[in-house]
Design a protein around this ligand. Structure first.
Ligand code: MN
Ligand code: MN
Length: 467
């Protein structure tokens, strides 16, 4: 019996594979390093709730590291650090390495848009003594999660003369918040019997803005006019200006430690700031690398990567072409030799919903940043499906750098699925694989991730830029 056990243990050690839990394999110093990494990330979350804010905050971080604005046609220097701000919603950072550009570029691509409630173009109305904004939700939200929580209004209103008015209401402790009503349980008998996806129709996601009439006015329009007059006083805008606005309601909460042991972070927007931020800190931490390296912070991933700030835009290849030209390389060669990590989040095993996961293949909390060889749905539809050779190379560089990481599939094949920007980069003949942090309650107004997994993402991206 005991001899059998010994043989089994020996064989398991020699031939078997299992995930590594960060806390089981890390000393106190490593655990402290993971916890110490978290506050910088949490500040990033609080300061950057929309893609526009993420671009602004990321540029400030990059400029501190010596990055300067890039314009097409510019001369590039070895060791030079540049950023390209695409319309304030999409950012490219790159550092020129000492080796020939024909060796390719190391690219980490994350996205900085996240699910939220966008304001429609003709939004303001009054009904039943309340003023509201009509909305159109953005990305894959579960609508029932967005009612009865404090929301903040973020975005820009662009006047016809081009003046850009920045709006942030609901973030300062003294600010008011806005709100989406739900039904009281006492009268929700019919609503409660509906499937979750149908209980809150999209047209019910109206933002409650106020209830007080314009002083001295009465009638069914006085509250609406009061809101308009307040907005006019504060921002100098009129109702017509909503036609050219990007206004979004996002959760007003700040990032907080979650759990009595503070091992987790709860926040809005982990998907995908939890990959965007470590991609940048890893780039900033690898100035010793000889490779030309790039971080892409993309917009519109949550709605299909369309548009001129999404990853389907040709800007990435335009930039690579320009960099190649400036450094005397061959465009096709540079693409063929480039390597990319599509850094986006994945699902995390949750014992409360164990039935949707394949226990052998799902990412586990605290087992490190997760590589998804494929995403998509059904029979691998809509995925890049990274080749085994590239996955093997990633395994090698992670092992050499001692990074704790895991393989992570999203869920049971027939249950659903999801996609990332990986396929939009791979189609340019660039080796690409998904590597990102597992998230609990992805796309919820308040998502949860592990500090250990966050830190291993930083270490993994550093290993990638250096290897
Ligand atoms: Mn994502
Ligand atoms: Mn997402």
């Amino acid at each position: 019996m005991s001899e059998n056990t010994n043989i089994a243990t020996e064989l398991e050690t020699k031939l078997g594979y299992k995930k590594t839990n960060f806390y089981e394999k890390s000393d106190e110093a490593a655990i402290k390093a993971a916890y110490d990494y978290a506050p910088g990330y949490m500040k990033y979350l609080d300061d950057a709730k929309t893609e526009r804010e993420a671009v602004t905050v990321s540029i400030a971080m990059a400029e501190k590291e010596g990055y300067i604005p890039y314009t097409f046609g510019m001369e590039l220097k070895v060791g030079g650090k540049y950023y390209y701000n695409n319309r304030g919603r999409n950012l490219y950072l790159f550092r020129v390495g000492s080796e020939p550009i024909n060796n390719g570029i190391r690219i980490a691509a994350a996205h900085i848009d996240n699910p939220r409630i966008d304001v429609k173009q003709s939004p303001l109305y009054e009904d039943g003594g309340m003023a509201f904004f009509k909305t159109r939700y953005y990305g894959g939200i579960r609508k029932y999660q967005w009612v009865t929580i404090p929301l903040a209004l973020h975005g820009v209103v662009v006047k016809a003369d081009g003046e850009v008015v920045n709006v942030v209401i609901g973030e300062a402790p003294s600010d008011p918040v806005i709100y989406i009503n739900d039904l009281l349980p006492h009268l929700a008998q019919d609503q409660s019997a509906k499937p979750l996806g149908k209980a809150i129709p999209a047209e019910n996601l109206n933002l409650l803005l106020g209830t007080r009439p314009y002083p001295g006015l009465e009638g069914g329009n006085a509250i609406r006019l009061n809101i308009l007059s307040m907005l006019n006083e504060k921002y100098g805008i009129t109702e017509e200006d909503f036609l050219s606005a990007d206004l979004s309601a996002v959760p007003a909460d700040k990032a907080r430690d979650v759990g009595l042991d503070r091992s987790l972070i709860g926040a809005y927007g982990h998907d995908d700031r939890v990959c965007a931020y470590p991609s940048m800190t890893a780039l900033f931490g690898t100035d010793d690398s000889t490779h030309t390296s790039m971080v892409i912070l993309a917009d519109k991933e949550e709605i299909g990567s369309d548009g001129n700030t999404g990853m389907q835009c040709e800007l990435m290849t335009d930039l690579i072409e320009e960099i190649t030209r400036a450094l005397g390389g061959n465009f096709a060669t540079v693409k063929a030799n480039s390597k990319c990590i599509s850094s986006d989040v994945t699902a995390c095993f949750d014992p409360n919903f164990a039935e949707v996961f394949d226990r052998r293949n799902v990412s586990m909390l605290n087992c490190g940043v997760a590589m998804s060889k494929y995403t998509g749905h059904g029979g691998k539809v809509g995925t890049n499906d990274a080749p085994a050779e590239y996955v093997a190379w990633i395994r090698k560089i992670m092992a050499e750098a001692g990074v704790i990481w895991q393989a992570g599939d999203m869920g049971k094949t027939d249950v659903g699925g999801g996609g990332t920007v990986a396929k939009f980069i791979a189609k340019h003949n660039i080796e690409t694989v998904d590597l990102g942090v597992p998230v609990i309650a992805m796309h919820a107004p308040y998502e949860v991730i592990s500090k250990a997994d966050l830190y291993t993402a930083h270490l993994a991206f550093e290993a990638f830029f250096r290897a």
